[in-house]
Design a protein around this ligand. Structure first.
Ligand code: NCD
Length: 312
């Protein structure tokens, strides 16, 4: 496979990928894991500076990118709290990006507004990676989700996947649906309360490439799913407090549901944080993959940083 496929590219949306480019990054991830186990990648990005601009809270994405950069020998600068930047003096988003552009070789950005990653990429000359823009997309999460599925189930095609929770505001869902649509024979069951269904326009745009079945009750879950992908209610994107109260913990993965609707060979995933949607009694179940999934994020992001900076 060609080196340089990602060199210098912005990573903004799953729409810019195809099967070949996804397979390539998953392959690079395996390579990075092998190098890392032999302690052979700690100088790969020596001399590079990565800017992490997080305008919205994050635990996993921020720290896995930070750890990834440092494990590859890069330096890290950035912001996690705009109250300590000149934005409180009124500096614009664009000017802030221009400044970090001058100090770094690559920008990783998270922002509460949909479309902000594309907006930032217009201003930045260095490559920009979208680490989540509002309810829009979260492409690097999808790459680590796909890596997790592939390494546990051995394939990304001909799968039955249940996605549950907040499908209206969940950006991980939007990106993952696109990612899975590049592989043949996948069927996705979307379980959510009526009010939190996937946007109709997005559903229509995907339907020629992936089979989508909307369900509303746990009793409708087929018992032969390969993956359960659960998500939390995105309360920061809600306007109605009443709706939020009604929707909270609408669907919960617990032993009872797994016994009724699960099977032996499936895996259970969640981008985390979980806010009660997966009962802790599930954590020791060998099918629970969410902590491994978060850890995979480190390696996928190492591969991505090294690929965009043309070092792998
Ligand atoms: C997700 C996100 O930020 O969209 N978290 C993450 O990056 N692992 C999911 C979420 O916040 O619900």
């Amino acid at each position: 496979m060609s080196k340089g496929l990602y060199a210098g590219k912005d990573i903004l949306s799953l729409a810019q990928f195809d099967r070949k480019s996804i397979d390539k990054i998953l392959h690079s991830t395996k390579k990075i894991i092998a190098l890392s186990n032999k302690n052979k990648c700690s100088n790969l990005l020596k001399g590079s500076i990565i800017a992490l601009l997080f305008f919205e809270p994050s635990t996993r994405t921020y720290n896995s990118f930070s750890s990834a950069a440092q494990r590859l020998g890069a330096g890290v600068i950035g912001l996690r709290d705009i109250s300590v930047t000149s934005m409180v003096k009124g500096e614009t988003f664009e000017d802030t990006i221009r400044i970090y552009n001058g100090y770094s070789d690559l920008i990783v950005m998270r922002h509460p507004e949909s479309g902000s990653a594309a907006q930032g990429a217009v201003v930045a000359d260095v490559p920009l990676i979208n680490a989540g823009d509002g309810a829009n997309e979260h492409p690097t999460q999808t790459l680590l989700d796909l890596f997790t599925i592939k390494s546990k189930l051995g394939r990304l095609s001909n799968l039955k996947i249940l996605m549950a929770g907040d499908l209206l505001y969940g950006r991980t869902i939007r990106s993952l649906l696109q990612g899975l649509s590049y592989y043949e024979g996948n069927t996705v069951y979307l379980l959510s309360p009526k009010e939190l269904r996937l946007d109709k326009k997005i559903k229509r745009s995907l339907e020629s490439r992936i089979k989508i079945v909307e369900i509303e009750k746990e009793s409708q879950i087929p018992t032969d799913c390969n993956v359960w992908y659960w998500t939390r209610i995105q309360k920061e994107r809600f306007t109605s407090k009443n709706l939020l109260k009604r929707m909270k913990n609408a669907f919960v993965v617990n032993k009872k549901l797994l016994d009724a609707k699960g099977n032996k060979s499936m895996i259970i995933m969640h981008p985390l944080p979980r806010i009660g949607e997966i009962s802790e009694e599930i954590d020791t179940d060998p099918r629970a993959m969410y902590f491994q999934q978060a850890k995979n994020g480190l390696y996928v992001r190492m591969a991505l940083l090294a690929s965009v900076l043309n070092k792998i």
